[in-house]
Unconditional design. Structure first.
Length: 339
């Protein structure tokens, strides 16, 4: 069993912990928190050993009556792999600690690409993470774009990608980002950081991205145009994308016309926290004209990177190939809506 430590137990960390626990070949050694908030209490209730991420704050856990299993250094030492889900920039500060204990580490997309040996997307470059010491699971938006591009590149070749990302203003629990009453080009300059980030997965891809923020919390929404190298028609592309386990082509009959109904559908389908691990592509939007593909997709920013973190653990430890890992991850989590 792969022993996995999780440094950070917030929006991403708690989801990673649940996903790792669900895997047949992994165990959660423990999770680390900086403060004794509701998430720390939930970790204890779920029987995740809880470690203090900051030594100076141990007394706060004592005062809150929350028992600790130790300090984060002990968690790192006991782990085969650590998944760092701390806020952007903190992972870079933690790197030396992981190196001190010779423990491979996975970071999230908020860290700089030059911090790590490889930026990772399971569908696109799984093998490149083999035996790496530092791997960055790319951001939710880059994950969504990479998942879409990979099968198109394999089947038809891709000349160019043009994408406009309509980004949520904050996650539902990020009260510090609101209230919001505005629509912002973010950034005003072109490209947004997402195109260059996709190039960490597809170095030779010609991609331009624009970004904007809107007053919403549910998902990001992408407007995509892909120029294909070889001819295709709409139905061929639709069938290709439907075969991808982490792409959900929304049937028109479901009448899901936006992110609100998509979230409701996920909740009604029994998804934990209403998570949508897949890219949600509106089937009616799929159109090919003169070798150019157009579509809209929704990216659930809180959850789409969770399967990728699990796969990255296997890639780093070389415990499974891409196909085996993705199938195991998807089956254990329940990826794919039963229609």
């Amino acid at each position: 069993m792969i022993q996995v430590g999780i440094n950070g137990y917030g929006t991403i960390g708690k989801r990673v912990a649940d996903a790792v626990r669900a895997q047949p070949d992994m165990e959660v050694v423990g999770v680390a928190k900086t403060s004794p908030n509701f998430e720390a209490e939930q970790a204890v209730k779920k029987d995740f050993p809880l470690y203090a991420a900051v030594e100076e704050r141990i007394e706060l856990f004592d005062e809150a009556g929350i028992d600790l299993a130790g300090e984060v250094e002990e968690l790192v030492e006991a782990s085969d792999v650590v998944v760092d889900t701390t806020p952007s920039g903190i992972g870079a500060q933690n790197k030396s600690m992981y190196e001190e204990y010779d423990t491979p580490a996975l970071y999230q997309g908020g860290e700089d690409a030059d911090l790590v040996d490889v930026s990772f997307n399971a569908r696109s470059n799984y093998e490149e993470a083999a035996d790496a010491d530092h791997v960055r699971v790319v951001s939710c938006n880059t994950t969504g774009l990479s998942r879409l591009i990979a099968p198109l590149e394999d089947e038809y070749g891709v000349e160019k990608v043009r994408a406009t990302l309509v980004r949520r203003g904050g996650d539902p629990a990020q009260s510090g980002r609101g209230p919001i009453n505005d629509t912002l080009p973010d950034p005003i300059t072109v490209p947004s950081h997402h195109g260059p980030d996709v190039n960490t997965i597809f170095p030779d891809l010609d991609i331009d991205t624009l970004g904007m923020k809107v007053p919403a919390t549910l998902t990001h929404t992408h407007s995509i145009n892909v120029e294909l190298t070889y001819g295709a028609d709409t139905e061929e592309v639709r069938e290709l994308l439907k075969k991808e386990s982490r792409l959900f082509v929304i049937p028109e009959r479901l009448a899901i016309d936006g992110s609100g109904k998509l979230k409701e559908f996920a909740l009604d389908s029994g998804r934990p926290r209403g998570d949508v691990w897949e890219n949600a592509i509106w089937g009616e939007s799929l159109t090919v004209e003169d070798d150019e593909l157009y579509l809209f997709q929704a990216i659930h920013q809180e959850s789409d990177v969770i399967p990728e973190n699990v796969d990255a653990i296997r890639a780093v430890t070389e415990s499974a190939d891409r196909k085996e890992s993705m199938e195991t991850t998807d089956e254990a989590l329940g990826v794919g809506f039963d229609l």
